[in-house]
Design a protein around this ligand. Structure first.
Ligand code: GLU
Length: 284
């Protein structure tokens, strides 16, 4: 029996880029049960900043599938695409502190630079950005901006860590106290060329705005937390407790993927699967 904790707030934050599958159901259920068994609150958030890949019909599908599973959540549901202004304000704060810089690189520029260097460091997200645009002069930045060269915004991690001045850590309910090593992700993108924010920026802003106390999500996002704690400190936000759960695997030992249509919750529902039995089977 879990100790009551009415201050506990959890969330499930899917991206509507496809229909939900059993792995999502498991993650949603973990976050839901965590809050409900403690007398806390459960929120649903739609992470649809990528307006080219996210589709309104998939958002509707998320509501439909989670209702079918018997979950309930607070209204209104925060939908990130309606809140780009909030992320702009946060980005502005980092720019004002000299912690963000414009990056004009194309994918090709980055690849070329990495190929050139003998020891291009790789992190869990692939090669670490080699810092090409970090070294541009003010005049070069102005000229490129004036020429209309599209640009993203990146975190100047070294400057951020210098400002913070001490090691960061977070409590992970599965792995214990984790010392953050954000260097493995480097100068992450804060705002993309085609979207005025990024996953890292918007998730950190929203978790704070929504007073999320416990972040329950798959271990595929474990590495992202190294950078999230940095952003939380820069903005003066509290660091929530994290629980990165193992990912569900299908019969073939593969992770569920949105592209594998056969395991969507929609297809299970259409096939007449009983949601209560499904939920019981997913119970950790
Ligand atoms: N929107 C992210 C996803 O669908 C999850 C974000 C999070 O839980 O931090 O993978």
């Amino acid at each position: 029996m879990n100790r009551p904790d009415p201050t506990c707030v959890t969330r499930f934050a899917p991206s509507p880029t496809g229909r939900l599958h059993k792995g999502h159901a498991y993650s949603a259920l973990m976050a839901y049960r965590y809050a409900k068994t403690r007398g806390g609150r459960f929120l649903l958030r739609i992470e649809d900043i990528d307006t080219t890949r996210c589709k309104p019909e998939f958002t509707d599908g998320i509501f439909e599938d989670l209702k079918w599973l018997g979950l309930t959540w607070e209204e209104p549901v925060r939908q990130q695409s309606q809140h780009f202004d909030d992320y702009q304000v946060a980005l502005q704060e980092l720019k004002a502190k000299g912690l963000a810089y414009p990056c004009f690189c194309t994918r090709k520029d980055i690849e070329a630079e990495i190929t050139k260097s003998a020891s291009a460091p790789h992190g869990p997200d692939g090669p670490i950005y080699p810092g090409i645009c970090r070294h541009l002069s003010g005049a070069e930045r102005t000229a490129k901006t004036a020429a209309g060269t599209p640009h993203a915004w990146r975190l100047d991690l070294a400057a951020a860590l210098k400002l913070i001045g001490e090691p960061l850590e977070w409590l992970d309910e599965v792995k214990g106290v984790i010392r953050a090593t954000p260097e493995e992700l480097g100068d992450v993108v804060l705002a993309r060329k085609d979207t005025p924010t990024s996953y890292h920026l918007s998730v950190v802003v929203d978790d704070a705005l929504q007073s999320i106390t416990h972040i329950i999500r798959g271990e595929d996002l474990f590495h992202a937390t190294h950078i999230h704690v940095v952003l939380q400190r820069l903005f003066g936000y509290p660091t929530p407790v994290y629980l990165h759960h193992g990912l569900m695997l299908d019969e073939g030992g593969q992770r569920f993927a949105k592209r594998n249509k056969s395991v969507t919750l929609e297809s299970l529902r259409t096939a007449g699967v009983d949601p209560t039995a499904l939920m019981a089977a997913l119970t950790p």
